[in-house]
Design a protein around this ligand. Structure first.
Ligand SMILES: NC(=O)c1ccc[n+]([C@@H]2O[C@H](COP(=O)([O-])OP(=O)(O)OC[C@H]3O[C@@H](n4cnc5c(N)ncnc54)[C@H](OP(=O)(O)O)[C@@H]3O)[C@@H](O)[C@H]2O)c1
Length: 299
């Protein structure tokens, strides 16, 4: 099955390009990154290459940046998603759209199943999360478009190209910090991008359609997450100090207690997502050289 990625140089795209060669079901169409806001160009590329599956990864994912510049965020995350959806429908391709568990408002005490149908867009917290919801709606609104919407957890992975939480914590240690402050009153679901991509490839192969949650098992506060990163990396002599989110400077508001369950995946017997700690340990071991890039000296 011919598969085309938009935003292929990002974290998820990089992992896809690592995993494709291991799976003969997919014929990956390697293409340099193309600007998804260029409607005519997108249509032309799709018409020429005729992929059976389009995985639309191109997005503005800097959550604080989206808050500062909502117009750019909406142009890429919503308008360009509509463009990709229309172009996919025109050639009869399956469109795969990665969304986020942050589209849930976080007002419940229990985890969100993807069939939770009381989503009020006005209650979604932050510009980035709202843009991903509007992207979902844009996909669902295109008549006769075959689609698969997958709501990811907070991803980690990428090795030397990691720009996210794991790399930030390691960066603080490398810079010589002995004390790291981390929010301890906000819960997330850390999720390994490798597990996500492998699970997603399996769902595409099995003909999955509609909307799925795809998050790692278990949950953690940022404080617990940072402590696990240091423990699994064998770092000693650096203290992680818990703080309240109100004492942490950031631009984008974030929900406090957000957890989801892979309800549909579990029912179909397709849930391959692992416990976040097991997956994190593997990531830190497999990418030790790339992430640390030098001998760690912390005493
Ligand atoms: N990472 C997560 O924790 C997470 C969680 C939930 C959902 N998701 C979703 O998963 C998808 C992939 O995320 P990711 O982590 O791989 O993000 P990423 O690393 O930021 O990659 C996104 C890619 O899209 C590119 N891009 C931005 N604007 C573009 C445009 N106009 N045309 C073409 N490409 C453009 C970016 O290029 P530049 O770097 O040059 O801007 C980047 O290469 C996104 O839809 C994201 O919303 C991610």
């Amino acid at each position: 099955m011919k598969i085309l990625l938009t935003g292929c140089a990002g974290m998820v795209g990089t992992e896809f390009t690592r995993q494709f060669p291991k799976d003969p079901a997919f014929e990956y169409l390697p293409l340099p990154e193309f600007d998804v806001t260029q409607k005519d160009n997108v249509r032309e590329i799709f018409r020429t290459l005729r992929p059976a599956v389009v995985v639309h990864l191109a997005a503005i994912t800097d959550v604080d940046g989206c808050e500062k510049n909502p117009a750019d965020c909406l142009k890429v995350n919503v308008e360009a998603t509509r463009t990709v959806a229309n172009a996919s429908q025109a050639i009869g391709a399956l469109m795969v759209y990665p969304s986020t568990f942050y589209i849930y408002p976080g007002e419940k005490d229990s985890p969100y199943d993807e069939r939770y149908d009381a989503i009020d867009p006005k209650k979604i917290v932050g510009v980035y999360s709202r843009s991903k919801w509007e992207g979902e709606e844009a996909v669902r609104s295109v008549k006769d478009l075959k689609h698969l919407i997958v709501r990811f957890g907070a991803l980690f992975g990428g090795g030397s190209r990691d720009k996210k939480f794991v790399a930030k914590v390691i960066g603080l240690v490398k810079s010589g910090q002995k004390t790291i402050q981390m929010v301890n009153d906000r819960v997330i679901q850390p999720t390994y991008v490798k597990d996500t991509v492998l699970n997603l490839m399996a769902v595409i192969r099995q003909g999955g359609a509609g909307t799925f949650n795809m998050v790692g098992k278990g949950q953690a506060t940022y404080f617990e997450y940072a402590r696990a990163i240091l423990e699994f990396s064998g770092v000693h002599g650096v203290e992680v100090v818990p703080i309240a989110s109100q004492d942490f400077k950031e631009n984008a508001p974030r929900p406090k207690n957000l957890t989801a369950v892979n309800g549909r995946l579990a029912e179909l017997g397709w849930d391959r997502m692992r416990d976040w700690k097991v997956a994190l340990k593997e990531y830190l071991e497999d990418y030790k050289e790339e992430l640390w890039n030098e001998k760690v000296r912390v005493n």
